[in-house]
Design a protein around this ligand. Sequence first.
Ligand SMILES: *Cc1c(COP(=O)(O)O)cnc(C)c1O
Length: 395
Amino acid sequence: MSFNIDNFKDIDPGQRILMGPGPSDVPPRVLQAMSSPCIGHLDPTFLFLMNETQQLLRFLFQTENQLTIPVSATGSAGMETCFVNLVEPGDEVVVCVNGVFGTRMCDIVDRIGGKLTRVDAEWGKTINPEDVRNAVKGKNPKVLAVVHAETSTGVCQPLEDLSKIAADSGALFLVDCVTSLGGLNVAIDEMGIDAVYSGTQKCISCPPGLSPISFSARAMEALQKRKTPVLSWYLDMSMVASYWGDDRKYHHTAPINMIYGLREALRIIGEEGLNERFARHLKNHRAFVAGIEAMGLSMLVAEGERLPMLNTVCIPEGADDLAVRKTLLNEFGLEIGGGLGALAGKVWRVGLMGHTSRQRNVLLFLAALETILKAQGVPTNPGALEAVASVYNQP
Ligand SMILES: *Cc1c(COP(=O)(O)O)cnc(C)c1O
């Protein structure tokens, strides 16, 4: 086999509009920050930026938690971090499952050797707190875990009741807010959340590669009281915490330029303001749904249980799922997601996350979808763009 380096061209992916389940569109300022010079990870200039990044993350999580840092890997590593640090072999763990990511939590608990109790709900529905209350009855769970924003279904899980159940049963409340953080209110101290993880590429609109996490004082205490060492060396927060803390004890090399990017993305969020950002996500979601329903299509999730940043649209009768997504990408530069697991071939997942959540994208997507469905001979009702406009015209 001959190897010719001239066959390897410059990277030139072209422009896309990322309306899938993540990554979302990255603002140019973030990419620019990431191209700043790489310096040493113990350089005082970088240590200062690490501290600022932690302050910005505490602002976003609305927390006083000391251990609030980005884990050096994607959201799934944040999930694993929370479980491997807080669960020891034999510990009882209750996991709520109504989509792909709850299922993944169960897999991790099994691998650790935790005693797993699952509370299931139908995909596309919320978890019933009554089922959780029954599941913890007579048990002594160390952790109660739930996904706030199930990206596989588009369901938003209310956390108040579950937080109370966790507190009443003495369990640590562990929440996946990979998709909600930066688009929905995630005030972890107020909501009684003990361990939380997220990802940078959803509503924070930074490229994938870091997983912001935060542990409450109770979670830190559970970590300190462990009888066995944390099963993962890399994700052991007792060591990573002293790298991010005052000791600066070398553990691994922080991904310098990724941290630059995250810091800039968080700075953009701070400039916009949390409430303004949540309101923007909600408005664009409402406009999107108005357009979808005016076309005669329907949403998978019932009104009142929907996520503003991830919309699951039922694929209409006669539409060719793959061809629609391919045409959106090839002719409109627009990426959306297909269904996952049980919902494959049944729904489209349309993200309106972070920087992607804009009026321009809502209108472009609906116009493009209508055009493509017409070409496939799938009937749609007229008036989608008018329905969208009426939402934007409301004060
Ligand atoms: C995307 C996502 C993850 C996994 O994050 P990765 O960055 O892909 O590892 C976990 N949970 C939820 C709810 C997600 O949407």
